[in-house]
Design a protein around this ligand. Structure first.
Ligand code: SF4
Length: 326
């Protein structure tokens, strides 16, 4: 059951990277990775963020986790502003907020056994636990992710991708966090084990009351995992809605195109279409709606005025001149 209190909020978050320029260029190019993002994640919910590669979803996850500083805007966790904290002041939040990365091959230290990896996570966070308590906590956490006790003495290269992702999940869970940023946690895995890992994340949520910020490019994963979803395009949220509503009545033209690109078995054909057109560059993005070059509903206003998130006729939020309630 989803609670309504806010655990994490991001407001007005922008991330800009100056780009190399030619000495004759008068205006220095800037990559706008995030362009004024606002989100409010409720305690206990699975909040999904979906969009194509380069839309800013991973950048937003990294900003939330303090791995990247925003150029402007702020991040609050349980009422405390955390994006301006120094490393020492941030440490208690690192225990409460954990991250699971996309690539379980790259995210585990190849020179550490599984036990060392998990013990380091506990020690780094200053739990002050005795050796016996650490051993017990490791055993309990490994069991909770379906890892056999004999894995503890083995090195990461001895495991399959799915097993390594279980170890990564154990490393995240061992500090008893409340909030997890999961960045495409199943997309590097074989299709045959994706469902197992997704089920494991769902089970951890139920048992521990976790809140997820779940990043994915795949709307079919959102359908099975999420409570609410934010659709991102070129550094902005373009639609924000409960998951059921996104599938029943998508409002933004980009969301509709993303949904039409989900592989579905129906009629005689298995149809999977790519979203047509190219994403414009995030370096000095166009004036007006960033989706205009790909949008079948684009009109003159779209090319001069950037739409902001507003209520739609179905009660959800979308950034589109064609669906806003006047
Ligand atoms: S604002 Fe215009 S171009 Fe942008 S999504 Fe809506 S209709 Fe399409």
């Amino acid at each position: 059951m989803m609670a309504e209190t806010s655990l994490l909020s991001a407001s007005g978050v922008e991330v800009r990277f100056p780009m190399p320029s030619h000495f004759l260029q008068r205006k220095k190019p800037v990559l706008h990775a995030l362009r004024g993002v606002d989100v409010d994640i409720r305690r206990g919910e699975a909040f999904c963020v979906v969009g194509e590669s380069g839309c800013g979803k991973t950048t937003l996850g990294r900003v939330i986790m303090g791995l990247l500083n925003p150029s402007s805007g702020e991040i609050r966790y349980d009422g405390t502003r955390i994006d301006t904290l120094d490393e020492g002041a941030r440490r208690p939040f690192r225990r409460r907020m954990q991250m699971i990365f996309q690539n379980p091959y790259a995210s585990l230290n190849p020179r550490m056994t599984v036990r060392q990896t998990l013990a380091e996570s506990l020690r780094y966070l200053g739990e002050g636990m005795s050796r016996a308590q650490v051993t017990e906590k490791i055993a309990e956490t490994m069991e909770s992710v379906g890892a056999s006790a004999e894995w503890g003495a083995r090195m990461p290269h001895e495991f399959s991708g799915g097993q390594r992702q279980r170890i990564s999940i154990a490393r995240a869970l061992i500090t008893d966090p409340e909030f997890i940023v999961a960045d495409e946690p199943i997309s590097a895995l074989d299709v045959s084990i994706q469902a197992q890992v997704l089920n494991l994340l769902s089970k951890a949520r139920e048992e521990r009351g976790l809140t997820y910020f779940f990043i994915t490019h795949d709307l079919s994963v959102v359908e099975h995992f999420g409570d609410r979803v934010a659709v991102m395009y070129l550094g902005e949220i373009v639609e924000l809605a409960p998951v059921a509503q996104i599938f029943e009545a998508p409002q933004h033209p980009y969301t509709r195109l993303l949904l039409s690109a989900i592989p579905r078995i129906g009629g005689d054909a298995f149809k999977a279409e790519r979203v047509p057109g190219e994403i414009p560059t995030a370096i000095d993005p166009p004036k007006g709606c960033a989706f205009a070059s790909r949008c079948p509903l684009a009109h003159d206003r779209c090319r001069v005025e950037n739409p902001v998130l507003k209520p739609t006729p179905t009660g959800t939020m979308a950034a589109c001149h064609a669906v806003e309630v006047s």
